[in-house]
Ligand binder design. Sequence first.
Ligand code: ATP
Ligand code: MG
Length: 422
Amino acid sequence: MSVKALKGFKDILPGTVETWQRIEQTGRDIFHRFGFFEIKVPILEKTKLFQRSIGETTDIVEKEMYTFADRNGSSLTMRPEGTAPVLRAYVEHALHVKKPIQRLFTIGPMFRHERPQKGRLRQFHQMSVEVLGTNHPMVDAEVMGMAWLILKELGLSVSLEINSLGCPKCRPEFNQALLDFLEKRADKLCLDCQRRRLTNPLRVLDCKSQHCREQYENAPSILDHLCPDCAEHFSSVKKNLDLLNVPYSVNSFMVRGLDYYTRTTFELLTDNLGAQSAVGAGGRYDGLVKQLGGPDVPGIGFALGVERLALLLEHEGLSSEEPQVDCFIAALGDEALARAFVMVNALRMRGLRAAMDHQGRSLKNQMKQAGRMKARYALIMGEDELEKGEGILRNMENREQQNVELGGDSSAWSTMIKKILV
Ligand code: ATP
Ligand code: MG
């Protein structure tokens, strides 16, 4: 029996990979425009990194992490998100010493043991950014505007929901109000929420159960409990979003699934992915760097889900095509095949995509192959053509043909072909 990939782990095949590449290129390009530098961090980290940052009582840490003992017994975890590893690297390499404000992005796979469904995998990919060293509300708006721009340049429209989760000063008061509210309805909540109510009350607002959501419709709003500093920060974030013309709505129930968030949180949502409505999400995490043993610097970041972006692009008919071959050389006979072998190489060295059929099958077969490769041009070269020193260059789109000199020197020849093709 053949071995199959794991459930929730997916191969990204040619034909789909091109859409992924466009997503990543668009991301990289825009990250660079906003002054971000790429960082690559390991997939495996010590488990305590995620326990300490994401929070022990979050869904991710409680039930979604791929955690196992290394051969020497230490507990390792395959990263479920990118912020903790990037901040670990930031602290470990003292990046804050080099520049007061740091802008980092990373692109790669994340792992969560979730129930796989459309747009929800166990290995999925994120493009994520972190801005460290400033809590200026302009930066919150700038970062959301950047996420917005990526979606816009991809041709997608989503809605932006924002909220503020306050800070350690105002959170306890809200927690108490929420606790009082929940206590009165404890028996109506799902088992998870009954437990969360006691361990991490804010988490209940993140419950996916429709029944619980209905219960929380009249729950106290965190926005009514912000301290003056946090209220001022939030109102300034909104003003700055207006200045950038980024449309948003406020959702005071959005709490996000990670404990480290403070103040601004946001999600980019779509109606076109069924239950998986968020294509990206993020927020501010002002105490996190310190909590991970680093300097007391604030930070904000977000992650976009590449699978969900690819699904959306497909849904909108915006998937990318496999790249075309510029020139397919259809050679007939041993002598022509040997020539073609050198000519294909010369074209490639000139920066063109070139291909041939080394088997030298029938002309009909070779032209079919050129068609399958979506070749823009085919150069046909049989014994007669070799004798005349001229091949037939066919434009595969409009079927026009022209004779081209095959010439002696493959470098001069490929330069001539390149001129015709571009
Ligand atoms: P959700 O509410 O959909 O579970 P989340 O709040 O757990 O999302 P984050 O941890 O904020 O998601 O990750 C940011 C983005 O990464 C999400 O908006 C989504 O696009 C993507 N993402 C998260 N989990 C998965 C997954 N299991 N499969 C595919 N993409 C995911
Ligand atoms: Mg989740």
